[in-house]
Design a protein around this ligand. Structure first.
Ligand SMILES: [Zn+2]
Ligand SMILES: [Zn+2]
Length: 267
């Protein structure tokens, strides 16, 4: 399995999962043309896409999900309540994900878990194929302990590190937006993400981490990576994280079990 971040942040999110049996998109929050061009760079054509998984209805995750699904007859996999909230053309096949059971797509297993975010049924997802698992949790305002084993199952964790608390306070965002971002149904700050990863690292298994959905104004890749390293160091589990990479908003970053992203990938 190879995972490619096509874009990450409030201006658009999409992640490509490639396996020998076919590919999946997790979210499609970019213009169609951009998604297709970036997929093509990694050898994935629309006919290789077995499905589009939609984590929640916010535009930065869904902009072209319906249109892509319709044009290339790609099914959408999402929670039933989310499907009601997004614009899905009637000809598109929609499969509902389930918290209790994995959904199998050509041998690729998708497991959804509820997260705390201001959407109708926001989810984190685990995607597994041939003994490799990636977990993606990009929008959550707080985390519950049940998320720890969910992430521990993965060799690649894509986890939000949205903002630095002090930078958010000093940012030019209006007061209500600051409150929304920092709320339990908004976005995780670097320290919250670090604390979660410190719990994940207690199993002492080696894994890679991508820090996702960084705020451009209230965070930076350097601050995010440094803050998280500091928290992991305090919990003496830094050594179990092979790489910690801050995802760029508009460049692609690829991961495979044998081909790790380098920590110097900063934007
Ligand atoms: Zn969101
Ligand atoms: Zn988002």
């Amino acid at each position: 399995m190879q995972v490619v971040s096509l874009a990450s942040g409030s201006t658009g999110n999409a992640c490509l999962i490639q396996t020998p049996v076919g590919a999946l998109l997790v979210d499609a929050g970019l213009p169609q043309k951009t998604i297709l061009a970036r997929c093509a760079r990694f050898g994935t054509l629309p006919e290789h896409l077995l499905g589009i998984i939609v984590t929640h209805e916010h535009g930065d995750h869904t902009t072209s999900a319906g249109a892509l699904a319709k044009r290339y007859r790609i099914p959408i996999y999402t929670m039933a309540a989310t499907a009601q909230k997004i614009n899905i053309p009637p000809t598109v096949t929609v499969h509902h994900l389930d918290y209790m059971h994995p959904t199998l797509i050509a041998g690729i297993a998708i497991q959804a878990m509820a997260v705390s975010h201001d959407a109708v049924a926001p989810i984190a997802v685990q995607i597994s194929h041939d003994q490799i698992t990636a977990a993606i949790a990009t929008d959550l305002g707080e985390w519950q302990p049940i998320l720890i084993p969910f992430l521990q199952a993965a060799q690649l964790i894509v986890i939000e590190a949205n903002h630095d608390r002090e930078r958010l306070r000093l940012s030019s965002y209006d007061h209500s937006l600051k409150l929304r971002i920092a709320s339990p149904t908004g976005h995780l700050d670097n320290i919250q993400t670090g604390a979660l990863l410190a719990q994940v690292g207690q199993d002492k298994q080696p894994r890679d981490v991508w820090l996702a959905h960084l705020s451009r104004e209230a965070n930076s890749p350097e601050i995010a990576v440094r803050s998280i390293h500091t928290v992991l160091h305090m919990h003496d589990c830094q050594q179990y994280f092979r790489t910690i990479t801050a995802l760029p908003p508009h460049d692609c970053v690829a991961w495979g079990p044998a081909q790790r992203t380098m920590q110097k990938t900063l934007w």
